[in-house]
Ligand binder design. Sequence first.
Ligand code: CO
Length: 136
Amino acid sequence: MIGKLNHVAIAVPDLDAAIAKYRDLLGAKVSEPQNLPEHGVTVVFVLLDNTKIELLYPLGEASPIAGYLAKNPSGGVHHLCFEVVDLAEATDRLVRSGVRVLGDGKPKTGAHGLPVVFLHPKDFDGTLIELEEVAG
Ligand code: CO
């Protein structure tokens, strides 16, 4: 059902410092910061040959990343994103198996302008999973 690992997301306490590390120390290609107010985050993508790293920084008062950084002040791996071809079918199948979808259970528009859902970390070995619909 799942395809490629689309990205690994890392919550960072200092976005400029994180960009500098990936761009200047590690020599990676790094995108411009993008504000996603409906998700409460600013994202920057580190573009690798086989996947991406999504650097997440809190945006606004109710950012879900603020809580994460309060618990993990030096930052940390926040979620993994897998690609699926049919998000509705994938979500239905998971819900029927008892997996909890976060929020109202309906897809939101993710950082790439594509529909995404998040699965409850307690149902995936303590790991927050994002599913993103891609063209098949
Ligand atoms: Co993501």
